[in-house]
Design a protein around this ligand. Structure first.
Ligand code: SF4
Ligand code: SF4
Length: 434
């Protein structure tokens, strides 16, 4: 889509794209049996079929944007369960995104969203500094445990008092790790760009370190472009088409300067965004195809390219299950690779949990804006985890880790939640391979 068109043309294009999708809907109602939000509310407006009808009426002019319409459009996790199961091949989540973008062209972007998406995420340093300050406060002043008195202040910022936040990193991964991490143990094989994502940079720095340690130990050079910014997923999900386009264009231009053989991510939404969503925002070209063709989820990359021998792995005595992030399993078709990596680790006793690929309810910013619903959806996941009788849940998405960990703690449940690549790195460290 052209980046330099008027707001009116942009609005028309969003409606046209939405119409292309909803016109395929046969109104069969199959999506009602799979949509996690519909399962909680039983409200036709919240399921794909209802949203398609809503979109049709908006496009035809029979319906105006009201609070009720906006609220229905915002009740979607972008989990892609409906599109995966739709016999007519509709992608209702794309209808939803187009309508959110359309609404922004009509009503403008909310002040706080504009501040976060167009200023803070773009400039980056205020968020990095803010996270370091909170990280210090978490350690020195109040900790992150259930007795933390600061919880009483959470509602002032729109958060539930019972919510458990992850420990933020004092220093970002991008400030700890060098920009170029040389290959170890012999001549360089590939030159790999690493897109850390915001969570890998500011919260789960151990994941970033694990990615670098694993790839460099197997002969790859890892480059972490320091000027990388948010992949744009939370921005586009919140209706800011322009903000998302600017971020995607920036990362596309930046990574292409580094002459990379591959680009890895350790976040399911970053992976889906850099492989697929970017195509909505940047004109299709051979350069874009070359770029998207180089993007790999870390599990996918390791499975395809690293020859890990059994003697290089140390024992991890864990009973482990795996939760499929929506943007990995349905967004990128990655299902077997993380399981294969887990099963490779000596000592790991792998159990498949029930409904491993159903949404955990986190859905990025949905679990901030719709916390109570997202926790209700997550309660089903907690039950499946508990039934699996494991002591570890492995996954590949930071918001799934955050949300499942939060609710496990609320259930006084003992299981830890980790990234697959962290466990693999732990196993390689146990054998002193890395
Ligand atoms: S499953 Fe597909 S075709 Fe059937 S109602 Fe839902 S969106 Fe429409
Ligand atoms: S993407 Fe998920 S939450 Fe949204 S309508 Fe489809 S099934 Fe429901």
């Amino acid at each position: 889509m052209n980046a330099h068109i008027s707001q009116k043309e942009l609005a028309e294009q969003h409606l046209l794209e939405a119409a292309k999708e909803f016109q395929k809907c046969m109104q069969c109602g199959k999506c009602r049996s799979v949509c996690p939000v519909f399962k909680e509310f039983g409200n036709e407006l919240y399921v794909a079929r209802g949203k398609n009808k809503l979109a049709e009426k908006l496009v035809s002019g029979d319906l105006q944007i009201t609070k009720k319409v906006e609220s229905a459009i915002n009740e979607c996790l972008n989990c892609k369960t409906c599109s995966t199961n739709c016999p007519a091949g509709v992608s209702p989540e794309h209808v939803v995104l187009r309508l959110r973008w359309y609404i922004t062209t009509q009503k403008g972007l909310h002040f706080f969203k504009a501040l976060i998406f167009r200023q803070l995420l773009w400039r980056k340093w205020p968020i990095t500094l803010g996270c370091s300050i909170v990280a210090l406060a978490q350690r020195v002043l109040f900790g992150i445990g259930p007795k933390n008195p600061v919880r009483y202040l959470f509602p002032l910022f729109g958060f539930a008092k019972r919510r458990n936040f992850p420990q933020l990193a004092l220093r970002s991964a991008q400030s700890i790790l060098p920009e170029v991490n040389p290959a170890k143990n012999g001549p360089r094989k590939m030159r790999i760009g690493y897109f850390t994502g915001c969570a890998g940079n500011l919260i789960y720095t151990n994941v970033a370190k694990s990615v670098v340690d694993v790839l460099t130990a197997y002969g790859h050079e890892v480059v972490i472009p320091k000027k990388q910014k948010c992949n744009g997923t939370p921005v586009l999900s919140n209706g800011d088409y322009e903000g998302a386009r600017r971020l995607m264009q920036h990362n596309f231009d930046l990574f292409r300067q580094y002459d990379l053989d591959a680009i890895v991510v350790a976040c399911s939404s970053c992976g889906m965004s850099l492989k697929k969503e970017i195509k909505v925002f940047i004109d299709d070209s051979p350069e874009l195809q070359e770029f998207t063709g180089k993007v790999y989820d870390i599990n996918e990359f390791i499975e395809q390219n690293l020859e890990i021998k059994p003697e290089q792995l140390g024992r991890l005595p864990y009973k482990v299950t795996y939760h499929d992030p929506c943007h990995m399993v349905r967004g990128q078709g990655i299902k077997d690779q993380p399981r294969e990596l887990l099963k490779m680790i000596p000592g790991v006793e792998f159990t498949e949990m029930k409904n491993a690929d159903t949404c955990c309810g986190s859905a990025g910013s949905y679990c901030i804006t719709h916390y109570e619903t997202s926790i209700k959806i997550n309660d089903h996941k907690i039950k499946d985890i508990q039934d699996a009788n494991v002591d570890m849940v492995a996954t590949g998405c930071p918001t799934c880790v955050m949300h499942i960990s939060d609710n496990l703690a609320q259930h006084d449940s003992k299981e830890n939640v980790k990234f697959v690549v962290e466990l693999l790195a732990d196993s390689l460290r146990a054998a002193k391979t890395i």
